[in-house]
Write a protein that binds this ligand. Structure first.
Ligand code: EPU
Length: 337
């Protein structure tokens, strides 16, 4: 375990932004993590997973600890269910494929989401009608201050739309080291309710889809809409879809009757930020080295040598324009550092 000074983080963030860590270390076991935390008690620390949900706008004046814990296994199973555990540093998509190859159901709609397993509970990742909280059982986390391990059950995680305790009350206090999911072995709950999935399956004449079929459909949709970070730096959806009180939404909707929305409760609706951004004319636009993806307006992209600040400026311009046009605030989903 070597602490490297002045380390470039370009390959450690999917936006592909050039920024330096004052010090960088990769840890490969819980014991190594404990040692590093004990030996660097007074140092400022920054925890890095897959780097798929952050925008670096400056160098990091801290010890960057990259969580590179590997391993996945079956903890328990019965006739109908299996409990699988993955270490935090496993690639999410590879983990999903591993479950599908064994015919374990529950994660297939979340195929091809970038990032590592350990950060999935932080923002309760989700796609195509499924969220991590639907199959999540618990996670293990190390307390940064005391290095004690703590188990968080699903209830304790306080999951919400792209939200959890790790973004709120427990922020910067824990490092997730492993996650347990409960998946189906029989009677899979195939979920093709999200429009894009059913049309993709119909296109291929699949009427009775397997887990693999659903995963392949999701992969095809994502590849058609979302840029591959290896080719064009990005961090997936840059913004969250705003949630509005129905009473507020109705006033806005009268003015913009064509506005898309989804009911999420008796009192709230979710408005697709991608729609708002597209209406505001940003889709496919380029500003210097930064821009808005041509197939999905929620995704900001780095055309090569953008700085984090350039991308942040574009995001602020979008937020301001949307607010002036519709009176709606859209919040960043990515962590701006
Ligand atoms: N839309 C537009 N223009 C656009 C993009 C979207 O009008 O450029 C409209 C679409 O017509 C559609 C609606 O917005 O009616 C929803 O679009 P889409 O299905 O593409 O999903 P999204 O709400 O834009 C969310 C997630 C994605 C996830 C998809 C599919 C958030 C912030 N984003 O996007 O997650 O893949 O649903 O489930 O909730 C991510 O978080 O990084 C991410 C990619």
């Amino acid at each position: 375990m070597e602490i490297v000074p002045d380390f470039s983080l370009k390959k450690h963030n999917t936006f592909g932004i050039e920024a330096q860590a004052k010090q960088f270390v990769a840890v490969h076991s819980v014991q190594e993590l404990k040692t590093i935390l004990q030996e660097n008690k007074t140092q400022q620390k920054f925890i890095l997973g897959g780097g798929s949900n952050m925008l670096l706008t400056k160098d990091i004046d801290a010890l960057v600890i990259h969580i590179d814990l590997k391993g996945k296994k079956i903890l328990e199973e019965n006739e109908n269910f299996v409990w699988v555990e993955s270490q935090a540093g496993e690639s999410w998509h590879e983990f999903v494929l591993w479950t599908i190859n064994q015919n374990f159901g529950g994660l297939e709609n979340m195929s091809l989401i970038p990032g590592n397993v350990g950060t999935t509970p932080v923002q309760n990742i989700g796609a195509y009608g499924t969220e991590i909280k639907d199959t999540f059982v618990s996670c293990e986390a190390m307390t940064i201050e005391s290095q004690e391990m703590k188990t968080f059950t699903k209830e304790e995680c306080h999951f919400g739309y792209r939200e959890s305790i790790f973004k709120n009350e427990a922020k910067n206090q824990y490092i997730i080291t492993s996650v347990v999911f409960k998946l189906t072995k029989t009677n899979h709950k195939i979920n093709t309710s999200y429009g894009d999935i059913s049309s993709e399956l119909a296109k291929n004449n699949i009427t009775n889809p397997t887990l693999k079929d659903v995963s392949n459909a999701v992969i095809a949709i994502r590849q058609s809409k979302l840029p591959d970070p290896k080719e064009l730096g990005n961090s997936g959806s840059f913004f969250k879809n705003p949630i509005l009180l129905k009473s507020d939404f109705e006033k806005i909707h009268q003015q913009f009757p064509e506005m898309k929305y989804f009911d999420i409760s008796e009192t709230e609706v979710k408005v697709p930020a991608g729609w708002l951004i597209e209406q505001a004319g940003f889709k496919g636009k380029r500003f210097g080295n930064a821009g808005i993806h041509k197939n999905q307006a929620l995704v900001l992209v780095n055309y090569g040598n953008a700085t984090g600040q350039e991308i942040l400026n574009v995001s602020k311009d979008i937020q301001e324009t949307i607010f002036n046009m519709f009176g709606i605030n859209i919040e960043a989903e990515v962590n701006v550092i």
